[in-house]
Write a protein of this length. Structure first.
Length: 280
C-alpha cells in the first residue's frame, strides 16, 4: 500500500465509551478481559482464581439501584459470574460481581464512587434476597481507561483517607479480590498494554490494538486475527458493523474488509480512535 496514513472525513463524533459499552455487553469480551488482562502478572487475579469461575454463568445484572435516600443510581455495567461447584466446595463464595466504569480521563474520586456504588449494590442484592445476610459477596471494581496519559488516581478509598491497612477486608473474601473489597478497584489502563503483542482471538486485545494503532498496517493484526474469526453471533455482528463504520469514515482499505461491508451500520464510534487516526 503506497500510503499507510489515514485521511479522516468530517463526521459526527460519538461519546468515547459507546463502542466499549456495546462490545462489553457480550460475555465473550468479559471472559477475554478476565483471562487475558486481569490474571497475574498483568492483573491482580491468580490463575487458579480465574480458573475457578464458571464462564457459562456470566450475565449482566441490573445497573440501577435505589439508595437509602430513595435516589436512583446507575452504573456503567455490572456483571455476575458464579464459581464452579468444585470451587465452592473449597470455600469460594457463590459468585463474583464485577462493576465496570468506562473512563477517557482520570477521576481522583473514582475510589469513593466505587465504594459508594459497591455498598449500594450489595444492599440492593440483599433486599432482593439474591445474597443472604452474612453471605460473602465480593465485588471487583474495574475502570477501563483509554486515555493517552496513564491512570494515576488513587485506587483505594483507604489511600484517599489514609485508612490504616490493618483495617482490611474480612477473611471470607478471596485474596484475589480482597485488596479491592470494599476499599479499591483495578484500573485496566489501555495505554499500559499499547506495546504488548496482540493475542489472537482475544476481543479485549483487539480493542486495545485498534485504540493505539498508529498506521493502517498496525490495524491488520488486531482486527483481522480476531474479527474475521468471531463468527455470525451477536458479538461478531457488533464488531463487523463497527468496522464497517470505521471503513466508511476513514477508507481503511484493509485486506478482507469486503467481507464485512454487507453488514448493517452501527451508530457508535469511539472518539479516542478518531483522535488517533487524525494524528496519523
Amino acid at each position: 500500500m503506497a500510503n499507510d496514513t489515514v485521511e479522516p472525513t468530517p463526521a459526527t463524533r460519538f461519546p468515547f465509551d459507546s463502542v466499549y459499552k456495546a462490545l462489553c455487553c457480550h460475555a465473550r469480551t468479559l471472559r477475554d478481559m478476565l483471562q487475558g488482562y486481569l490474571v497475574r502478572p498483568h492483573g491482580p487475579l491468580r490463575p487458579e482464581f480465574v480458573a475457578a469461575l464458571d464462564f457459562d454463568t456470566l450475565r449482566k445484572v441490573s445497573m440501577e439501584w435505589v439508595t437509602r435516600e430513595f435516589s436512583l443510581r446507575r452504573g456503567d455495567q455490572v456483571w455476575q459470574v458464579s464459581f464452579s461447584e468444585a470451587a465452592r466446595s473449597r470455600g469460594y463464595p457463590p459468585f463474583l460481581l464485577m462493576n465496570l466504569e468506562f473512563q477517557s480521563r482520570g477521576d481522583g474520586q473514582m475510589a469513593l464512587r466505587f465504594l459508594q456504588q459497591g455498598g449500594e449494590l450489595v444492599r440492593e442484592l440483599r433486599a432482593q434476597e439474591a445474597v443472604g445476610v452474612g453471605e460473602p459477596c465480593p465485588v471487583l471494581c474495574i475502570v477501563l481507561h483509554n486515555g493517552r496519559s496513564r491512570w494515576t488516581a488513587a485506587t483505594s478509598a483507604g489511600a484517599l483517607v489514609n485508612l490504616p491497612s490493618a483495617l482490611g477486608p474480612p477473611p471470607v473474601v478471596p485474596e484475589d479480590v480482597a485488596a479491592f473489597y470494599p476499599w479499591g478497584y483495578w484500573p485496566l489502563d489501555f495505554g499500559a498494554y499499547a506495546d504488548r503483542p496482540h493475542t489472537a482471538g482475544n476481543v479485549m486485545s483487539m480493542i486495545i490494538g485498534i485504540e493505539f494503532a498508529r498506521r493502517r498496517s498496525d490495524l491488520v493484526g488486531p482486527l483481522w486475527e480476531t474479527a474475521r474469526n468471531l463468527g455470525d453471533d451477536e458479538l461478531g455482528d457488533t464488531v463487523a458493523r463497527w468496522l464497517r463504520r470505521l471503513n466508511e469514515r476513514y477508507n481503511l482499505e484493509l485486506p478482507g474488509m469486503e467481507e464485512l461491508l454487507a453488514m448493517q451500520d452501527i451508530t457508535v464510534l469511539t472518539s479516542r480512535l478518531d483522535e488517533t487516526i487524525e494524528e496519523w
